[in-house]
Design a protein around this ligand. Structure first.
Ligand code: TYM
Length: 348
């Protein structure tokens, strides 16, 4: 198979509470790449089950959460006919390539992953083996499609570096076989992360030093994609700030994490730069800035939550989008795995 030159892959875990960080850090970017790239967007349910039931909701919640992420993709503007939208567990090749990558990746590499340390918490002995080898599955997701670009939030940067390490080690370990079978000098590409713009790391509305996250016990810390206009306005009104007015330039945001976060949110929601937000609001108080921020947030998010609700009222339709996507994903993934099996030396 020839190497595509502009293929995007990314994924979101179906663990409930999809929030503004997921939207601005990832989904909004997925939408923007559709005209220039061939895109594959996945609901990564195999990743979701690496954590305890209390985090991913268990088997009763998972179908609803999987549909919720799918609905968020479509409602945000992803075109599932031109591109591919599917859930990971429907394409068995993800788990198969992840196994091979488990045998390529080194324990030392995995031991350095900060997300594992954060998610496992203090009692690492109780973490699942799947949580530890999570990045090998993520590398498999990306490399199964030989994706060239991966749009993600800043928290995934280390996982994408590891994906490149795995690709490089695979290419190197199996170099003779790769060239003998006519795949040139490298089978897997060195995937580029796309981590750009004013909202690569959206912070909690209650604490500007903590990432906005699905698992924060305080609902006031995040804006959920399903929040009503009133909830959005209330959460922004109650967002933590400092007593100073907004600065006139970006340097003035230094050591003001809450101000920096809110300015970044405005810029990402309004589609402008942080400088231009500060040109309009520099010198003004939060009492004036917050209602303006609430307006852009409501204007951007309420049509999305409305379309999500409509889609979720028709689960069969959502499921059919995923089934269709899985069928198309399987044809690419199947081809890669046939080649990888040959490269590794498995008899067919
Ligand atoms: P997940 O489900 O935690 O998050 C989905 C996407 O949202 C981004 N994100 C944020 N961006 C900015 N600010 C935040 N506060 C914030 N919180 C989350 C994440 O960076 C991510 O892009 N491991 C991935 C899922 C995954 C994946 C993949 C991604 C599995 N396989 C292959 C890319 C390619 C994750 O846990 O995402």
């Amino acid at each position: 198979m020839s190497q595509p030159s502009n293929r995007v892959f990314s994924g979101v875990q179906p663990t409930g509470n999809l929030h503004l960080g997921n939207y601005l850090g990832a989904i909004q970017k997925f939408v923007a790449l559709q005209d220039s790239h061939e895109c594959i967007y996945c609901v990564v349910d195999l990743h979701a089950i690496t954590q305890p039931f209390s985090v991913w909701g268990g088997p009763e919640k998972l179908p609803g959460y999987t549909r919720e992420v799918t609905a968020a993709y479509i409602a945000s503007g992803i075109d599932a006919e031109r591109h591919i939208v599917f859930n990971q567990s429907q394409v068995a090749e993800h788990a198969e390539l992840a196994w091979i990558f488990n045998c390529v990746a080194r324990m030392g590499w995995m031991n350095r992953m900060t997300q594992f340390k954060e998610k496992a918490g203090k009692d690492r002995e109780k973490a699942s083996v799947g949580l530890f080898s999570y990045p090998a599955l993520m590398a498999a997701d990306i490399l199964l499609y030989r994706a060239t670009h991966v749009p993600v939030g800043d928290d995934q940067k280390q996982h994408l570096e590891l994906t490149r390490d795995i690709a490089a080690k695979f290419n190197n370990d199996f170099a003779d076989q790769i060239s003998k079978l006519g795949h040139g000098d490298e089978y897997f590409p060195m995937t580029e992360p796309l981590i750009e713009g004013p909202a690569t790391r959206v912070m909690s509305l209650r604490d500007g030093t903590k990432k906005m996250s699905k698992s924060d016990p305080s609902d006031l810390s995040r804006i959920n994609l399903t929040d009503s206009a009133d909830d959005i306005a209330k959460k922004i009104r109650k967002a933590k700030t400092d007593p100073e007015p907004l600065p006139e330039s970006e340097e003035g945001l230094k050591d003001r994490p809450e101000a920096e976060n809110l300015v970044g949110l405005y810029a990402a929601l309004a589609g402008c730069s942080r400088e231009s937000v500060l040109a309009d609001f520099g010198g003004k108080q939060f009492a004036e800035f917050k209602p303006a921020l609430a307006d852009v947030a409501v204007e951007k998010l309420t049509p999305i939550s409305g379309r999500m609700r409509e889609l979720l009222d028709n689960p069969d339709h959502v499921d059919s989008i995923l089934q269709d996507g899985a069928q198309r994903a399987r044809s690419i993934a199947g081809q890669t795995m046939r080649e990888v099996r040959d490269i590794v030396g498995f008899l067919s």
